[in-house]
Design a protein around this ligand. Structure first.
Ligand code: ADP
Ligand code: MG
Length: 906
């Protein structure tokens, strides 16, 4: 028998027990032996019965002198009166009570000796213990297993008694070589009594021995985990990455143009990042910093380092609102530097109209349809080229905004580029087909300003036309996706027919850019019409047939003749590869949408993930699993306790911004019982009068919770009334994206004064004039979440106020919330939150990287975790391949059994 032997193979275990164990997830010997006791009872010596009630539960031994069953209405109460075995004049009997527990009356009878565990309470003259855990002492041969020792008590399961389970484990321990179950430890982690630890953890001889073997086994558990983390880390640094060697001119320019200087902490952290970026091995860094500490600026500077070295950078945010904000911030700061930035966000499920660009052409597979689009967040400036007429007379108001994905502005012009798959070269014939297709829908679906079909990609400049009007007379425009889809699928078919091929012709995605001004239009126009010459596909003296623009009289004969004369397309010159990049975004901002395969990066050098705790580890892995490995910077504003950091982010280097920029207004937090809401409203009105803005967070906690639209509307109406005449708007997860964006925009611009919102604004939103926040039913949020929410204010120079309104009078709730009154230090709050709710909640539901621990406790055993980590890092540093004879025994730890590896933690 070894550790992997299944329980079924052990004939002496009764079948029903095996089934009961299954319910606990116990299938093999190893599982059973690591089913550790929940607590222990010292059954060597029992304390005498107490005279009064007790705070802590006690383990007592007594004789059953009387039992009775009583009925009260539908309730059954079973009572057993216990007397101390060596009862004396002063000792008082104890009454054990069980409510509605049918089986217990069959188990307990007068005359038995009983061991109970529970809290003693005084009920009038009697001392009672309600629902004690209990065990009947029977004089059988197993008495040595269950009594007269420190006895293990296991997590219970239905259909399996403590005695049954204890007996099984006892017997198993006699048959197995327990040493083989142990995690090998390096000498630096061994001390004290650790032989036979697995046996002793179940049946310890003394409390002291128990402490020692527990520490030993916990170390084993932690060491295994840290070995895997360290190995993942080593594996990562062995990946081929990109070296970003630059003088840092762009980022210096950016920093110089900021209206503030970087804090010392920001500077330090940026230097750490710079250092990593220069190395050939990929960076893997966690940037921690409390809300408002200025992480975004650091991220931008880092991205500019990558961009300057010729790579692409990406910034991924967990919400649409935050992605939009980042995009606007980047545009604001980087447009002057001439950086090309794109936004790629996924459609919300509510958007049934596919977003214009990148919509999967075929969704017949039935798989989820992922549509990605690029957004322009500024209004299109209408412009026209000489020789083209702009369709005036139709005003924007006649277009139903809601029907349009927000980036498809009416009468907007777009520069669009799409490329062939795998740089497939288009023959002359193929290029004819493409040009013809583009001209085919001219003046029917779009106005065409210019196009050029290059050997492996296509540019064109268009203005989509109205497709139809809906019942209400609103104009519905041809979407970019529809336009592109027709061109691509039509040409792909024809090209493959003439070339007798079946290979895909086009890349799925394309890039589009909304034209924002006349000069922009001119510039794009020139770029496209000169592209073949600039790119060196043809020489200055040569003609290139596949360029079209309105001035070029479309001469069918000449076109046809040109086509006949042309031979197969030439290879792109290096010059073209160069100019080609000019339309590729240098920085791509987006949401989870970035993870889907049809957003391709041309040359991803740095991936920044904002608010990492909102993403799962798998998502991080997905974004960064490419060759060469991009540098990765993950940012989080949920400060997490150190032990947790080195567990779930153990493979990352950590940088911390531990300084809040100066000149920030203070945040004052007030706890307010719900019935005094009036006070807060008066205060709110004063602040609004003084020109500040406010967030009112209403308690719809989980965005996936079905939103009762009526309730939200009622909430909103109420607040509108309370704050009249100030303008309020309502924001929640179900507001469709274009509207959501507009609402945030109006609030940012100060057009609305109060935003009644769910937690959709929880992370990242930065609006400095918002200085008041009122959170209703604050007790329903976790501390860290409240801290995050509160981080939306206190971002400007004004003193900010956060009102935590709660109708919950529970003292525990009050103590919890009072902590927020006392401190704005995210670390303190995180520690407290961890204590209250455990690590899972602290990290948010998305964070799934926590490995299961059977014995260790990340909080309580923090010191052991540090030791284990140290040992693992040292070991792998000195012997990365674990090649030394004495280290070979550790190899198994990093090649783990299926389902147990967490190299995906990286
Ligand atoms: P967070 O770390 O919470 O993501 P942000 O990056 O959103 O914080 O920064 C919060 C605000 O502070 C932004 O408006 C930003 O422009 C500003 N800021 C960043 N760094 C500084 C600084 N060194 N001095 C003053 N303001 C700064
Ligand atoms: Mg942020």
């Amino acid at each position: 028998m070894d550790l992997d032997t299944t329980l079924e193979e052990l004939s002496w275990i009764p079948r029903p027990r095996i089934l009961a164990l299954r319910r606990l997830g116990i299938a093999c010997v190893r599982d059973l032996l690591t089913h550790y006791p929940r607590r222990y009872e010292n059954r060597v010596e029992f304390p005498s019965f107490p005279r009064d009630q007790t705070v802590d539960p006690l383990c007592l031994c007594g004789d059953v002198v009387k039992t009775r069953l009583m009925r009260f209405g539908g309730r059954k109460i079973f009572e057993a009166v216990l007397e101390e075995s060596s009862a004396h004049a002063l000792s008082q009997p104890l009454t054990c009570r069980w409510f509605n527990l049918h089986y217990i009356q069959k188990v307990i009878a007068t005359g038995q000796r009983l061991i109970i565990f529970g809290r003693v309470k005084r009920k009038g003259l009697r001392l009672v213990v309600d629902h004690p855990e209990c065990e009947v002492i029977e004089d059988d041969e197993e008495i040595l297993i269950h009594f007269r020792r420190i006895t293990p008590i296991y997590p219970a399961t239905e259909g399996l008694s403590q005695r049954g389970l204890r007996g099984l484990i006892f017997r198993l321990l006699e048959q197995v070589d327990v040493a083989s179950a142990e995690v090998p430890l390096p000498d630096s982690l061994r001390n004290g009594d650790d032989e036979d630890a697995l046996r002793k953890i179940h049946f310890p001889e003394s409390d002291e021995q128990l402490r020692e073997v527990r520490a030993h086994l916990v170390l084993g558990e932690f060491f295994r985990m840290q070995m895997q983390i360290a190995a993942a880390r080593a594996e990562n640094s062995a990946r081929v990455g990109c070296r970003h060697q630059t003088r840092g001119l762009l980022s210096a320019k950016f920093i110089a143009a900021l209206p503030f200087g970087l804090t010392r902490a920001q500077q330090r952290v940026l230097n750490e990042i710079k250092h990593d970026l220069r190395l050939a091995s990929p960076m893997n860094r966690l940037l921690q910093g409390d809300v408002g500490s200025g992480k975004t600026v650091v991220a931008i500077a880092a991205m500019l380092l990558a961009v300057e070295s010729g790579s692409q950078a990406t910034l991924m945010a967990p919400t649409q609102i935050l992605a939009e904000q980042h995009y606007a911030v980047l545009r604001n700061w980087l447009d002057p530097l001439g950086i090309r930035i794109a936004l790629r966000t996924g459609a919300r499920q509510e958007d049934n109209a596919p977003l214009p660009l990148f919509a999967r052409a075929n969704s017949d597979s039935g798989s989820a349809r992922v549509s990605l689009g690029s957004a322009g967040c500024q209004p299109a400036v209408s412009g026209s080229l000489p020789g083209t007429t702009s369709l005036s007379g139709i005003t924007e108001t006649s277009c139903h905004r809601r029907r349009l994905p927000y980036f498809e502005r009416p009468w907007a012009k777009y520069a669009i580029t799409f490329a062939t798959r795998n740089r497939r070269q288009l023959s002359a014939k193929a290029r004819d087909i493409v040009l013809e297709a583009i001209l085919r829908w001219k003046d029917r679906r779009y106005e065409l300003y210019a196009t050029c079909v290059m050997p492996d990609h296509v540019h064109f400049l268009i203005e989509p036309m109205v497709e139809r009007n809906d019942e209400a007379g609103n104009s519905i425009f041809f979407s970019l996706s529809k336009i592109l889809h027709s061109i691509k699928s039509f040409t792909a078919n024809q090209i493959n027919k003439v070339e007798r091929s079946t290979a895909p012709v086009w890349e799925n995605e394309s890039f589009d850019r909304m034209i924002r001004s006349e000069s922009d239009l001119q510039e794009k126009f020139e770029y496209i019409t000169r592209n073949p010459w600039e790119a060196g596909v043809v020489t200055d003296k040569e003609d290139y047939t596949w360029v079209w623009y309105p001035e070029a009289e479309f001469d069918k004969d000449r076109f046809a003749a040109g086509c006949r004369e042309r031979q197969a397309g030439s290879l792109p010159s290096p010059a073209e590869a160069h100019t080609d990049r000019d339309t590729t975004p240098q920085i791509i901002v987006g949401t989870h949408a970035l993870l889907y395969e049809n957003v391709t990066f041309s040359n991803l050098g740095l991936a920044v993930i904002d608010e990492q705790h909102k993403f799962g580890v798998a998502q991080r892995a997905k974004l960064t699993a490419r060759e060469p490995a991009p540098d990765v910077l993950v940012m989080t504003a949920t400060p997490i306790p150190r032990t947790l950091t080195m567990t779930i982010y153990g493979d990352l280097e950590v940088s911390t911004i531990d300084e809040i920029p100066r000149g920030r207004g203070e945040i004052i937090t007030h706890l307010l019982p719900a019935e005094k809401l009036g006070e807060a409203i008066t205060f709110l009105r004063q602040e609004l009068n003084a020109g500040r803005q406010a967030y009112i967070i209403y308690p719809l906690i989980d965005e996936s919770e079905k939103l009762d639209a009526k309730a939200a509307a009622k909430e909103f109406e109420q607040w509108q009334g309370r704050l009249r005449p100030f303008r309020c708007e309502l924001l929640h997860g179900r507001v469709v994206s274009p509207d959501k964006q507009a609402i945030v925009q109006r609030f940012r611009a100060g057009e609305t004064h109060a935003l009644i919102s769910t937690t959709v604004i929880e992370v990242g939103v930065d609006i400095p004039n918002a200085a008041v926040m009122l959170i209703e039913n604050a007790e329903r949020f976790g501390l860290s979440q409240l801290h995050q929410l509160r981080g939306r204010i206190g971002r400007g120079v004004h003193t900010s106020h956060c009102w935590l309104v709660s109708s919950d009078k529970n003292p525990e709730t009050m103590t919890k919330l009072a902590l927020l009154e006392k401190t704005t230090n995210g670390f303190e709050i995180a520690e407290a939150d961890w204590e209250l709710r455990g690590p899972g909640d602290l990290l948010g539901t998305a964070q799934s990287g926590l490995p299961e621990l059977k014995l260790g406790d990340l909080r309580r055993d923090a010191a052991l975790m540090r030791k284990a980590r140290q040992a693992a890092l040292e070991l792998l540093e000195n012997d990365p391949g674990l090649d030394r004879p004495e280290n070979q025994r550790f190899r198994d730890l990093i090649v783990e059994r299926q389902g147990q590896t967490f190299s995906h933690v990286s």
